[in-house]
Design a protein around this ligand. Structure first.
Ligand code: MG
Length: 298
């Protein structure tokens, strides 16, 4: 009898706490944080197949945040074409930028002003990274080439970018993409030497990216923090979208990880609270799966 009474009291307390929690819970708003190459963009760097989902996000007031190894110059052109004024994370989390009219960043904290964007820099400078990588190449005879070795025309040939986009791609502050042309064993020794100086090597779709101890997950966290600061009474949840190993940390920091497969299937298996695999590659897979998720979540 005593036991029943006790259980009854506990149940009552639990119901009360549950009710208070329900009353105090924040409204959920979603952010979509997306990789570009082979996710939002197809192999021709085109995003037109994603237009329906981009418009749906805009209609729902869900910010679309671009998070890529690309440079700020490349990404702000795309953001303008997409019609977004949302944060841009460039150079693999090395830079986070907001539109000057967004009200998301304190201008006093800004380190770089470029066009309509205010930028904070994370990680190491590109000059430091290139200085050490080239010194190792000279000392050890490592065979690799990077963006700093190439002209605009060579970057264009290597990437398929137009000359104007190649110029934007060369305008870097925190990362250096390279192509390794030496043995795997010597790569390991090279990477170890870089690591001792705090430089990490991330494998992207086309290049190895030499950079400081930040990644796309740091970009995601910074972007969410910007929104939490201006709207603290909202529970900001994130759908992250990516296709390659370079996106794993970002996907695993999200509430929903959306994996875009390549033509021969998905290349990554992130561990996130929820993982969704698009049924087709970029850009159609991005569009179709975002639309499906928005229907489910709204
Ligand atoms: Mg990609």
């Amino acid at each position: 009898m005593l036991s029943t009474c006790h259980d009854s009291n506990i149940n009552g307390i639990e119901r009360f706490i549950s009710g208070v929690s329900l009353f105090m819970s924040k409204p959920i708003h979603w952010l979509v944080v997306t990789d570009l190459d082979a996710s939002l963009l197809d192999e021709s760097y085109c995003w037109s197949a994603a237009l329906p989902a981009v418009q749906r996000l805009r209609n729902l007031g869900i910010p679309l945040i671009l998070n890529s190894s690309k440079t700020l110059s490349e990404m702000t052109e795309l953001a303008t074409a997409l019609g977004t004024m949302t944060p841009v994370v460039s150079e693999n989390g090395g830079l986070i930028s907001v539109h000057k009219d967004s009200g998301l960043m304190d201008p006093n904290h800004v380190l770089v002003r470029s066009g309509n964007y205010l930028t904070e820099v994370n990680g190491l400078s590109r000059d430091f990274i290139i200085g050490l990588a080239h010194a190792l190449r000279e000392e050890q005879g490592y065979q690799f080439q990077g963006f700093s070795d190439w002209s605009i025309e060579q970057v264009s040939d290597r990437t398929g970018l137009s000359h104007s986009m190649a110029r934007c791609s060369l305008s870097r502050h925190a990362t250096e993409p390279i192509v390794w042309e030496d043995s795997p064993e010597r790569y390991n020794a090279f990477a170890d030497s870089l690591a001792k100086a705090g430089i990490r090597v991330l494998r992207g779709g086309r290049f190895l990216h030499l950079m400081g101890e930040v990644d796309k997950a740091d970009g995601l966290v910074c972007a969410r923090a910007l929104y939490e600061k201006v709207q603290p009474k909202v529970d900001w949840k994130i759908i992250a979208v990516g296709d390659s190993a370079n996106d794993l940390a970002m996907l695993e920091a999200a509430d929903i990880a959306l994996v875009i497969p390549h033509a021969d299937g998905p290349h990554i298996l992130p561990k996130a609270p929820r993982v969704v695999y698009a049924s087709t590659p970029a850009t159609k897979g991005w569009n179709d799966t975002i639309l499906t998720l928005l229907t489910e979540l709204s």
